[in-house]
Ligand binder design. Sequence first.
Ligand code: NAG
Length: 356
Amino acid sequence: MAMLTWTIIGLLALCHSSIAYTKFPPGFTFGVATASHQIEGAWNVNGKSENVWDRLSHTRPEMIADGTNGDIACDSYNRYLEDVEELEYLGVDFYRFSLSWARLLPTGRIDHINPDGIRYYNDLLDALAEKNIEPLVTLFHWDLPQTLQDLGGWTNPKMIDYFRDYADLCFKEFGTKIKSWITFNEPYEICEDAYGDEKKAPAINSHGVGNYLCSDNLLKAHAESYHLYNETYRPVQNGRIMISINSIWYEPSDPSNAEQVVLAEVANQFKFGWFAHPIFTVEGGYPAVMVENVARQSAAEGLPKPRLEQFDDYWIQRIKGTSDFLGINHYTTWLVTGAGVDPTAKSPSWLKISEQ
Ligand SMILES: *[C@@H]1O[C@H](CO)[C@@H](O)[C@H](O)[C@H]1NC(C)=O
């Protein structure tokens, strides 16, 4: 039983669906998902280096509710064959998992490739292929090598090159076995919770600054790896590549209340539009309402420049359209009743109503 609760949820959903409904539409596919740090364990084994979650859980265990860490986790590094058997038992069409950057490139950079990392993921992919389970592979699910965090992590523009090099290695080594790639899982969580706050590793807590530096670099890194795949690998590997964005969705509590309608839209733009608008809209770039509101708030703080600036024309064009599909992780919808101030939000932050 090395798989996570996610698997069990998947199983329940499957059972429930067969009882409550007659059939899902043809072509509807089922899968389950994991993330490398969540399941692999073997945190310092066979060449894998420390990532930001290793560092956080070892040095600040009080930040994890039960003080545990990913040292062993589900031990999927050693027990992946059992996991594949469980996937077969569940009857899923695909399995979504992520690659550990620190296992493949211990320095984070392309200067040293860890052969054991290449072997591990090839073995896993081969085991899945044997059972006809399609892999859906995430390049980055939050576990940044600590070596790169020591250089500033996602606030460092050099990350655009480092991520592209890492993606290049993965496309080259595994691309013939993978038809569906996800560049980033939940960019909002990465930039807001890990850089703009201290809810997730590396817990930088630079609200109103670090979160926006992160999104500038992350979206550019996403675009560069998309173009690399689109131009160099797609013609021979024929896969698809996308981003997976999480979002709460905001609805007006009373759809006839004009103020609520506007507030819900502003909140959706800050939460979902932050990463979706630059990629999926015709005009591209950050949502106008976001740029305007942060500029107004920055001016009110007496700053000579806004804390968030729109991409220049080159990057607007370069980022636009760089996703073959839109992956959505949706957990809940909130009903908006009116403007208010979240007393727990740090300032400056979009979570304070002043920035909305
Ligand atoms: C992907 O490549 C195709 C074929 O070269 C090109 O037509 C398309 O514009 C590219 N997509 C993006 C978003 O650049």
